[in-house]
Design a protein around this ligand. Structure first.
Ligand code: ADP
Ligand code: MG
Length: 857
């Protein structure tokens, strides 16, 4: 057995091998150790190998999905080795000791999932392959859970942005690729061949040329080759659902690099996860497919004004008509996810329930089509979308006749083909039914004949139908002429067979088996029919998603009093009453009121320098405007009373001195690398927000860098730019740069306390409020008092000599002033460190022990 195991393991060295043994998948050696640790299951041992016990662990086959989900989420890949013959077949082939033949039937990786339990319904699941050719990067992306397939060829410098847009579950690259993205899986370079890939794609989609799908370049095709080869391996040769490829070009959407996406928290918040992101704040979709489409829209705002206006027209139609919107949304809520059902069927992992979902989802689409087509005042996108909802009448009617109303997930037990669909099947079922009734009749007959009232006819998997009596009644049935034959004696009961029972059981069994076979044949045929035109079904799925997105955005707009943005040909950015959707709801949740602010950038006043106290709302103001640009070009209403802008080709957001140790460079270095990227890439049509750039280094350096960056963005890039800074000195730039204007967030000191108004006003801030903010933040009074003394000295020294640190020598020592401060409480510190939501039960226990220890010390 171990020999067979090692042979299979050699085929899947980079995966955990799930080795099927009866009702379990077993793992051995290092696989067992890794899985046991990840799944928190017992690690045992089996036999020995090379003198040592072999580590082993296992999961029951019927519960494997849950365990697989956890392993995949933890970043593992899993190869499934199934038994490909029955033990009986093995014995026939090689005698009683013969080993059951096993083979890897599937490799499960994060990017090749179709199972409902392993996927997030509201998130696309991209498998991405990257290749390089002719100085360009090729990116091929497939979401096999729905068949979506995209190919792009982008400049090498835009590769990160393209990957960040997709947010891949898994990335595959040729082993030879230099500077591969983090976490990418190296794969055979031979697979990334653009010519072979083109040939294969043409064959796959039955076309003589790919031109009908768009323009594909070498790098993109090479990536597609790698993608298909990786999918071949995952499915062991069987390709999953692939729609024809969509050619994407970088110029089609607003370019947003990875750092900007992260900093603006477009689809994912800083702490990870959706909560707190822009997407979360606008998402009112009611279907998984709608949520996935909205995420894609926000990740790739459009550059085509007509396409944006078309989306906005659709949103507006629903925004103006709450009755229509509500009706549509409740219809969509009831519609199953036909895109994913189709994906499972095509991957050969579908079942009766998936066909039922197609029937119900397509049926819902047909009903909606009728309702929408009869509306008056239909914008073009509504007509276009509604048209894609119809056209599946024959399939819907067939499935409606063929399937029971609620088909089971699993085909194994049968019972999913409706009565009346197949007369032969109905006959088989009737025969089975008669047999079962006859058996019920036999029970009464046997009771009367034997006089044993407690006699029962039972059924189990081993004996089939049998007669069961209490042990004390068994003797009568044991008699040779009783008509019963003994089968089994258990504690308390004895079981028997009888000739007429056997005959009826055979009848039931045969009818049942034939019925199952007949149902399976129907399932296969219906699946093939459903898969005959996958593109048309996918188009309907997309149309439903588009309606959900538009109705959801209309709902959000109505809820928040948002405005439809307007677009102009010149690079302006005029927002009245702008708000930050995420901060606004956070402020509202804590009982506060968000203060709306205007923004007016134009060619004459293209750079706003925003100063003012810490916590005054500078960062919020910068971001809300960037988010408004994203929403507007994604085709959404925006959180403002009015908004007019010229299309933004590239969006940049940089925050100075943010802790970004995870990326392994010093924070200041990161800040400078990212700032350099902006200066190299931003155009007069771009929108740049720079937040406290230069804060990561010493005062003079930082000021000098910030100064030079403002000048460069103003003079060279000439982009629309919002620049927040605590360097008050920068306000002097207003005298020299004619496109720069000064703004500040207002604050007032009231009875010695600082009041932040979060209100933007013209001109520079009148002074720095650092100490007042420190007090507001709860810095102990002695420290604030001490800082005041230091500041007074500094300012006096600077006035006298011009030197920043002059005059510090004659200050009394800090220790004397600090003596009044109570010592910190270690228990509180330990408690504050705990992130309760992120604790595993085991961590929680460890933390409790640590707290006890600390308390005793
Ligand atoms: P800064 O960048 O000036 O330090 P932030 O933009 O980070 O300030 O804002 C600090 C906090 O102030 C936010 O977390 C929010 O609670 C509040 N805030 C910011 N802007 C507003 C606003 N316009 N209206 C109400 N509260 C706001
Ligand atoms: Mg800030």
């Amino acid at each position: 057995m171990m020999q067979q195991y090692h042979a299979l393991k050699a085929q899947s060295a980079d995966c955990l091998l799930f080795y099927r043994m009866g009702d379990f998948f077993e793992l051995f050696f290092d696989d067992a150790k890794a899985a046991a640790a990840c799944l928190d299951i017992a690690l045992t041992a089996r036999g020995e190998h090379g003198g040592n016990a072999v580590p082993m662990c296992g999961v029951p086959v019927h519960a494997a999905e849950g365990y697989l989900a956890r392993l995949i989420r933890a970043g593992h890949r899993v190869a499934i080795a199934e038994q490909v013959e029955s033990p009986a077949e093995a014995r026939k082939r090689g005698g009683s000791k013969a080993l059951v033949e096993r083979a890897i039937v599937r490799v499960i990786t994060a990017g090749t999932l179709t199972e409902e339990a392993l996927l997030d319904a509201r998130t696309a699941n991209w498998l991405v392959a990257v290749a390089e050719a002719g100085g360009m990067a090729g990116v091929a992306a497939a979401d096999i859970s729905t068949g979506r397939f995209e190919i792009a060829t982008v400049p090498l410098a835009s590769l990160d942005a393209e990957l960040a847009r997709l947010g891949p579950a898994e990335i595959v690259v040729p082993e030879t690729l230099e500077a591969a993205p983090a976490g990418a899986i190296p794969f055979s370079p031979r697979a990334f061949d653009s010519l072979a890939a083109e040939t294969r794609l043409k064959a796959l989609f039955g076309v003589a040329t790919l031109d009908g799908y768009g323009r594909f370049e070498r790098a993109g095709l090479a990536a597609a080759g790698g993608l298909l080869a990786y999918l071949d391996r995952a499915g062991q040769g069987a390709l999953p659902l692939m729609q024809p490829p969509v050619a994407r070009a970088t110029a089609d959407h607003m370019l947003i690099d990875a750092a900007t996406r992260e900093s603006l928290e477009l689809t994912c918040a800083t702490g990870g996860g959706r909560k707190g992101s822009l997407l979360d704040a606008v998402d009112r979709t009611v279907t998984g497919a709608g949520a996935r489409m909205l995420a894609a829209d926000i990740a790739a705002p459009l550059m085509d004004r007509a396409a944006i206006e078309a989306r906005l027209d659709l949103v507006q139609r629903f925004e103006r008509d709450p009755g229509l919107r509500e009706g549509l949304r409740s219809a969509l809520r009831a519609a199953p996810d036909i895109g994913r059902a189709l994906g499972r069927l095509a991957a050969g992992r579908g079942g009766p329930r998936d066909l039922g979902q197609l029937r119900d989802g397509l049926g819902e689409a047909r009903t909606l089509h009728k309702r929408l087509a009869s509306l008056d005042d239909r914008p073009p996108l509504l007509d276009e979308t509604a048209a894609r909802l119809a056209g599946h009448g024959a399939l819907i009617d067939l499935l409606a006749r063929a399937l029971v109303p609620v088909p089971p997930v699993d085909a194994a037990q049968g019972g999913y083909i409706a009565e009346g669909y197949d007369p032969a099947l109905d006959t088989l079922r009737a025969t089975g039914g008669e047999g079962r009734r006859a058996i019920a009749g036999l029970e009464a007959q046997y009771r009367a004949a034997t006089g044993i009232a407690g006699l029962k006819i039972r059924h189990n998997g081993v004996l089939g139908y049998h007669v069961e009596v209490q042990a004390r009644h068994a003797d009568a049935l044991m008699a040779a002429d009783s008509g019963f034959t003994h089968r089994q004696t258990l504690a308390g009961v004895v079981r028997f067979n009888a000739a007429d029972l056997h005959e009826q059981a055979l009848r039931v069994g045969q009818a049942g088996a034939h019925a199952l076979t007949a149902e399976a044949a129907h399932l296969e045929e219906l699946t093939a029919l459903a898969l005959a035109a996958p593109a048309a079904i996918a188009a309907t799925a997309d149309a439903l998603a588009r309606l959900d997105v538009a109705a959801g955005l209309a709902e959000r707009a109505a809820e928040g009093g948002w405005a439809r943005p307007g677009f102009t040909g010149h690079p302006c950015f005029e927002i009245a009453g702008g708000r930050h959707p995420v901060v606004e709801s956070a402020v509202a949740a804590s009982g506060g009121r968000f203060v709306a602010n205007d923004c007016a950038l134009s060619e004459e006043s293209r750079l706003w320098l925003v100063t003012g106290p810490n916590m005054g709302g500078k960062s919020t103001f910068l971001r809300q405007n960037a988010l408004i640009a994203v929403l507007a070009q994604a085709g959404s209403y925006v959180p403002a009373t009015s908004a007019t802008l010229g299309l933004v080709d590239r969006l940049f957001s940089r925050v100075g001195a943010s802790d970004n140790l995870a990326r392994g460079r010093s924070t200041f270095m990161v800040e400078m690398v990212e700032t350099a990227a902006i200066l190299a890439q931003a155009t007069p049509r771009s929108f740049v927000i720079l937040d406290e750039v230069g804060r990561g280094t010493s005062t003079y350096d930082g000021l000098a860098i910030a100064w030079a960056v403002v000048e460069a963005v103003h003079d060279m890039n000439r982009s629309r730019c919002l620049f927040a800074t605590h360097y008050h000195e920068l306000t002097r730039l207003a005298e020299r740069l004619d496109g720069l204007t000064l703004h500040h967030v207002r604050a007032r000191e009231w009875k010695g306390d600082l009041v932040l108004l979060h209100e933007l006003a013209r001109g520079p801030a009148d002074r720095s409020y650092g100490l007042a903010v420190a007090k507001l933040a709860g810095l102990p009074p002695p420290v604030v008092a001490r800082a005041k003394a230091v500041l007074a000295k500094l300012e006096k020294g600077r006035a006298a000599t011009g030197g920043l640190a002059d005059g510090l020598d004659d200050l009394p020592l800090f220790a004397a002033a600090a003596a009044a401060t109570p010592p910190p409480d270690p228990l509180r510190a330990l408690l504050a460190e705990i992130d309760v939501d992120a604790l595993s039960p085991r961590d929680a226990l460890d933390r409790l022990y640590a707290l006890k220890r600390a308390a005793e010390e």
